[in-house]
Design a protein around this ligand. Structure first.
Ligand SMILES: CC(=O)SCCNC(=O)CCNC(=O)[C@H](O)C(C)(C)COP(=O)(O)OP(=O)(O)OC[C@H]1O[C@@H](n2cnc3c(N)ncnc32)[C@H](O)[C@@H]1OP(=O)(O)O
Ligand SMILES: O=C([O-])CC(=O)C(=O)O
Length: 373
């Protein structure tokens, strides 16, 4: 093996099989368990998609009702989790709160150390049920607002928005949010999912794997890009400043957040669906200025670098229009992706091999430790 044989960043390396999702850059498609993601986004609730990712099939009415009952009954955060979140400084990033909250939820979980498939599924559902309360409560406390307890009469998306804003917004907004949750749910061996699988491969517990995945998602080259897109929009200000801003950023060798992808080189399969949701929100909130800035930067980036947007590009401004604070955007990604992560954790556990690659040593040759005085 020489250094030239090494695939830096594991680019192009196939490390295992999965039956959870298929990312196909040639056909620009993404399938969850065989179903095109844009069809799932159009026809299914996020709860149905979660069931599909975990079980491999869409639920029957009775199966969905049973999952919904269990999810709705577990939405309230244990007091110990609320206390820990409350004790964290509001200067820390909301992703730190998410990471810490999952760790504390794990510490409170009676089945934390039970690796059986039944217990893993139950823990996955509990995290799915409780992460919205974590994300919503954290945004509220930073605004000096009280915690809003969950409502069992509302679906996942409605309840998430209700706990965040204290009221259920209009149907279009709920639907836009739900579509974003479906699109963010799963994407094969991305960095955070791979992290979760590495941790699971040591036979560590499910919560440890999710905590690690949250850490990997935080970075701006991965999930952190959705909030970085909004920071970029704020910095640019308006469409007429976009081209000059881009020239300057590229001249300074900056990465433009929300553009490019390790696997898709010809456009992200999820972008058309999320862009259409963003268009609806732009119309709903009467913010054509944001739509123009989006289009102008996308066009300029295409002309200058021929690099296309990824899902984070439309998702960032969409979450902004819905009323979320920018640092809350990546935690929203966590609340969705926990479904894909836990599906992968269960798949890895069911067919495990310790993940431990090799490295080519390029340090000093063997040498003697000098005598110490
Ligand atoms: C949901 C998600 O996680 S999607 C990804 C979200 N991340 C982002 O949006 C961050 C911005 N994008 C990027 O940094 C990259 O496109 C990545 C990390 C996503 C993919 O990176 P890689 O597959 O390693 O591509 P790589 O970095 O090799 O890029 C190839 C070339 O395109 C350039 N390029 C890629 N993306 C960008 C970008 N966003 N801005 C400017 N240039 C870019 C690189 O500089 C490189 O140019 P070079 O050959 O002249 O050095
Ligand atoms: O697949 C990737 O590398 C990143 C991504 O789009 C995702 O995780 O949704």
């Amino acid at each position: 093996m020489t250094e030239t044989d090494i695939k830096k960043g594991l680019a192009g390396v196939v490390v295992d099989v999965t039956s959870i999702s298929k990312v196909n850059p040639e056909t620009n498609s993404l399938l969850y368990r065989g179903y095109p993601v844009q069809d799932l986004a159009a026809r299914c609730s996020f709860e149905e998609v979660a069931y599909l990712l975990w079980h491999g099939e869409l639920p029957t009415e009775a199966e969905l009702a049973a999952q919904n009952d269990a999810e709705r009954a577990q939405r309230t955060l244990p007091d110990g989790v609320v206390d820990v979140i409350t004790s964290l400084p509001t200067t820390c990033h909301p992703m730190d709160v998410c990471r810490t909250a999952v760790s504390v939820i794990g510490a409170h979980d009676p089945a934390a150390e039970d690796p059986s498939p039944e217990a893993s599924l139950a823990k996955s559902l509990r995290l799915f049920a409780q992460l919205p309360a974590v994300v919503a409560f954290d945004q509220r406390r930073r605004r000096g607002q009280e915690l809003v307890p969950p409502r069992e009469d509302l679906g996942y998306a409605e309840n998430f928005l209700y706990m965040t804003f204290g009221e259920v917004p209009e149907k279009e907004v709920v639907r836009a949010f739900e579509v974003s949750m479906v699109l963010y749910a799963e994407h094969s061996f991305n960095a955070s999912t791979f992290t979760a699988r590495v941790i699971t491969s040591t036979l560590a517990d499910l919560h440890s794997a999710v905590v690690g995945a949250i850490g990997a998602l935080k970075g701006p080259l991965h999930g952190g890009a959705n909030e970085a897109v909004m920071a970029t929009f704020d910095e640019i200000g308006s469409a007429d400043a976009a081209e000059a801003w881009l020239e300057d950023a590229l001249a300074h060798k900056k990465k433009i957040m929300g553009f490019g992808h390790r696997v898709y080189k010809n456009g992200d399969s999820r972008v058309p669906t999320m862009k259409s949701v963003l268009d609806d929100l732009v119309a709903h909130y009467d913010r054509p200025d944001l739509g123009e800035l989006y289009t102008t930067l996308e066009k300029a980036m295409g002309e200058r670098k021929n690099i296309k947007p990824n899902l984070d590009y439309p998702a960032g401004p969409a979450y902004h229009l819905m009323g979320f604070d920018t640092p809350t955007f990546t935690p929203l990604f966590v609340a969705s992706r926990v479904t894909g992560w836990t599906a992968h954790i269960m798949e890895q556990a069911a067919s495990n091999a310790l993940i431990r690659p090799l490295s080519e040593y390029v340090g000093p040759d063997q040498r003697e430790v000098p005598a110490r005085a």
